[in-house]
Every structure is written in C-alpha cells, then in structure tokens.
Design a protein around this ligand. Structure first.
Ligand SMILES: Cc1cc2nc3c(=O)[nH]c(=O)nc-3n(C[C@H](O)[C@H](O)[C@H](O)COP(=O)(O)OP(=O)(O)OC[C@H]3O[C@@H](n4cnc5c(N)ncnc54)[C@H](O)[C@@H]3O)c2cc1C
Length: 504
C-alpha cells in the first residue's frame, strides 16, 4: 500500500465511487465498492482510523446492553456480522469469554436467562454458548474477582479485535481489490454538473498543500462524527443528523484481572454495563456515555469519568485499582443518530443512509461490528443513484488482507496474518531491527520499518497509536519509544517526521 501511487491515481483517474473517510465505515465501503468491480477511491483527512475507529472498546459483539433495551433486530444483525467478521478476518478477531458475576440468586437467574436469549439470537455459530458457573469457577476464570457474597456467574462469549489493525487490513484489502487510497487527504468541497448533480470531490493533500478534484459518478460521505460537517459543505442549511457522546477507557496492567477472561459489570450507577477486558497483555476498563456538543478530533476522558471507571470496576475487584495503576487513557465520540431530545444513552446504534439533493450518500451511526453491512447498504444506494451497472456485494465471503487460519511462526506477529513473514524477513536482513522499542512494549523496530513501507504510516503517532497500539497500552512507554521510532521512520522516508500529522 503506497501513498504516492494512491495520490497520483486520485488526481488522474475517473472513478465510479469516491469514499470520504477512512474509518471502519468508509474503508468498508471502499472494499465493498472495489470488490464489486467499481473503480473506487478513498480519502482520509488524517490517518486511517484516527477518529472513533481506533478508540472503541474492541468488541465484535451483538451487544448484551442492546438486548437489555429490547433491540432484538440490532442484536441479531450484529451477531450475524460477528460471525462473518471472524470468518473473514480470523487473524484479527478472537473469541473471548466474559464472566458476569452475580451476588444474588435472582440476579444469577436473570443473567442466565438473558444470555440464553443472546445464544438463541446468535443461532448456529462457532462462539461457545453461555453457561452458569459456581463462585469458585468464576474466580478461577478471574482470580481478582471480589469473592464476598459471590453466588456464581454466567460465562458467555463474544468477539474481540484490534480496531486500528482491522482498519488497516480493510485499507489494504481495498487496495488489493484495485482501489486508490490515501491518508492525509481532506475533502474540502464538491464539484457539480450543470444540473447540480455531484460529479467529484475537491481535496487537499495535507502533506504538500496541493489541491485537486477527484472525479467520480458516486460520492459516499462516511466521515463518522464529522458527517454533518461534510454535509454542510454540500448544503449549509442541511439539518444535523447526529448527536455525539463520549466514551472513555482506562488501561492498566494485566494483573488488574489476572486472567484471560473478561469481566462484565452488568449494572452501573447510570444504568449501563461496564467491561474490564484483557487486551494485548493489558486490561482495558470502559466505557462511559457523556453527551458532548459536537465532533472533536482528539477527545480526552475527564477526571470525573476516570474516577467513575475506577470506582465502578473496583466494586468487583478483590485488589482494587488505584489511580497510579493507570498506564494510559483513551476516549472516542459516538456518532449517534439524532432522535428528538432523548438521552444519548437511550439512542440506538443503528445506522442511517441519507441521500442529499445533489446525490451525495451519507452513511453514519452503527457500530464497528456492523461496518460491513453498513458499507453494503451505502454502496447499494450510491450505485443505484449514480446509475452504475448493478453488481451485488461480495464482502460477506471476502477474506480480508492477511486472513489465515494457520498459526504464525512468531506469535507476537499473529495480527499480521500472512504478512508476518515479511516482518520477520526485515529482521533477517538487519538484526538490529529485532530489538524492542521499549522493554515494557512487545514491539520491535522491524514493525516500524514495515509500517512505513507497507502500511502508509507517516507520523510517529501513526506508528505508536495505530500500526502498533503502544499509546493505547502504556503512554509512558510509548513516549520513551518515540525517538527511536522517529529515527527509523526518518531513515525510511528520507525526511524529518513529526509526532503528529500535518495541520488538518
Ligand atoms: C467509546 C466507544 C466505544 C465503542 N466500542 C465499540 C465496540 O466495542 N464494538 C463496536 O462494534 N463498536 C464500538 N463503537 C462504535 C464504533 O467504534 C463506531 O461505530 C465506528 O468506529 C465508526 O466508524 P466510522 O468510520 O463511521 O467513523 P470514524 O472512525 O470517525 O471515521 C470517520 C473518518 O472520516 C475522516 N474525515 C472527517 N472529515 C473528513 C474530510 N473532510 N475528508 C476526509 N476524511 C474526513 C475522519 O478523519 C475519520 O477518520 C464504539 C464507539 C465509541 C465511541
């Protein structure tokens, strides 16, 4: 995947479909359109998945919370997509066991009933079914679970993934399927024909400052929390579709749970659920739901959210987490479909496809888990409106870049799937690349070089936050690794690199 090639194609070729936004939804739309045989382009203003799509709770799930809310249709669809994604990206999606602890017999029966409904909705699936376990079995699964008054628990299964790496796999799949793709290219406006129909997207390459027009018969706006901002470039009077809410997470060492299983806190003080999850040898605790005014590029957790997360999870831990145990924090904004003045905790995660008078198709809302279905719906509408030759979606059975069921020789590279050998070959050529970037992190110099050569990494943050997940796991260790990452990137790119991207 090469940025220069992508850029020159964007400026020179005429496309059937151009997608704005390189998060889960936009990248999914590019894969869908390109694999149908449409000439496809995608631009992303920052780095791939740099907005909401790298800041999720990392679950490929139906959503037990939505089941609690009675949203059976959404849960069934998401469970179907859970299986599809695990099948198409087995190197990035894994099965995770969750323990729901119960401190009364009534609660235990209630959770068991709810989760058997979840099993039923999942239908025939490779994820194991839920089961009731004794207090000692629950503590064998999560050694740090608070024992006092524990009546038992229910164990159920869902998928877990690496969101930013899945986004990269999608970008590379789109390129494999023939799409022209570039990060750090922002859509700044639209081109129209004499009848007012959209025929292109005005774009700026943030690195060079060069502006150009991408010609296309169909335009898909998949800019997530920024969807209304991009709609306003087409129609400043368009009424907003979205409300926004912040979800925050804290990250601690793996000893917080001391297990390979996750903990689901079934009832929080604000009527939600909370997860504590093992992820990349650490523990993620999240999330919150705080309504915010509008979209923001780098949302941060408030002190109140951090205190709430600690207090809520500590009610369930034998050895509580202290503020000083937190190694990193991260927050994302949810693009929620606006419906009157309901509280954002109640709004549905369902998606929406809207077509503007000029023909721009906006796809927003939804979840990471349902990105493929969202993308399919958006491309269906865009192709029909633009009069493209009918071609059915192929993504339900399209393996994503790197997909393999085979065990990878070096287990720490398993998320690279079939590309793991290419990372290992870099070490064979230059043994110094085998050294870890920091003793606290599992990442090596070879992964930095690979990210620049093959994954369009342009800044130190691209590498530390999304090609590897250092910034999400241990901010101090990531900061310590930054100079070495910068030196390796500068040698590859032949120019100075910045920590963050160019001004956007
Ligand atoms: C806290 C939290 C936890 C979540 N947890 C889960 C979970 O566990 N499982 C799950 O299934 N879902 C989860 N979700 C939902 C999921 O993360 C989102 O639904 C999904 O990432 C949205 O993807 P997107 O592509 O629509 O938006 P985004 O990821 O925001 O992508 C939009 C992209 O458009 C780009 N862009 C904006 N303007 C322009 C422009 N002018 N030109 C070019 N590009 C532009 C942005 O830079 C951005 O990268 C969670 C969400 C949050 C907030």
């Amino acid at each position: 995947m090469n940025r220069e090639t992508g850029l020159s194609r964007l400026a020179d070729e005429a496309f059937d479909v151009v997608v704005i936004g390189g998060g889960a939804t936009g990248l999914g739309a590019a894969v869908d359109a390109a694999s149908r045989g449409y000439r496809t382009a995608l631009i992303e203003a920052g780095d791939f998945a740099s907005a909401t799509s790298s800041r999720s709770t990392k679950l490929v799930h139906g959503g037990v919370r939505y089941l609690q809310q009675g949203n059976v249709g959404l849960v069934r669809e998401a469970l179907r997509e859970r299986s599809t994604l695990r099948r198409n990206a087995p190197h990035l999606v894994r099965d995770l066991a969750f323990v729901v602890p119960a401190y009364s017999r009534v609660d235990l029966a209630f959770y068991a009933l709810g989760l058997s409904a979840y099993d039923l909705l999942a239908g025939h699936t490779e994820f194991p079914r839920s089961r009731v376990v004794s207090p000692s079995d629950a503590r064998a699964l999560i050694p740090n679970l608070a024992p006092n008054g524990l009546c038992g628990g229910v164990v159920y299964h869902d998928g877990q993934f690496d969101d930013a790496r899945l986004a990269l796999a999608l970008a590379r799949t789109a390129v494999d399927q023939g799409a022209a793709v570039a990060n750090y290219v922002r859509a700044t406006g639209f081109a129209y024909d004499a009848g007012g129909r959209v025929v292109g997207v005005g774009a700026i390459d943030a690195e060079s400052g060069a502006g150009f027009t991408i010609r296309a018969r169909a335009v898909i706006n998949a800019t997530g929390i920024f969807a209304d901002v991009v709609r306003a470039l087409d129609d400043p009077a368009a009424p907003p579709l979205l409300a926004h809410s912040r979800g925050s997470h804290i990250v601690a060492s793996s000893t917080a749970l001391g297990s390979a299983a996750a903990l689901l806190v079934p009832k929080t003080s604000d009527g939600r659920v909370l997860f504590a999850l093992p992820w990349h040898e650490h523990t993620i605790v999240g999330t919150t739901d705080v309504p915010v005014e509008g979209p923001a590029r780098d949302p941060e957790p408030s002190e109140a959210e951090i205190a709430y997360l600690l207090a809520t999870v500590n009610r369930y831990l034998a050895t509580p987490l202290a503020r000083s145990d937190i190694l990193a924090v991260f927050a994302g904004l949810r693009p929620l479909i606006r419906r009157g003045a309901m509280s954002t905790a109640r709004l549905s995660r369902e998606h929406l496809v809207e077509v503007s008078r000029s023909g721009i198709v906006t796809i927003t809302g939804g979840k990471w888990t349902t990105y493929r279905k969202m993308a399919q719906d958006a491309v269906d509408v865009a192709a029909r409106r633009a009069g493209l030759a009918a071609s059915p979606s192929r993504t339900a059975s399209l393996p994503l870049h790197g997909a393999t069921l085979a065990a990878v020789h070096d287990e720490s590279l398993s998320e690279y799937g079939t590309d793991a050998g290419s990372v290992e070959r870099l070490v064979a050529e230059d043994a110094s690349l085998a050294a870890r970037l920091d003793a606290r992190l599992p990442y090596t110099g070879a992964q930095v070089v690979y990210a620049v050569r093959n994954e369009m990494a342009r800044t130190v943050e691209d590498v530390l936050a999304r090609r590897m997940r250092a910034l999400f796991l241990d901010a101090g260790a990531a900061r310590a690794a930054a100079p070495r990452v910068a030196a390796l990137m500068e040698a590859e790119l032949g120019r100075p690199v910045t920590l963050l991207g160019p001004p956007r």
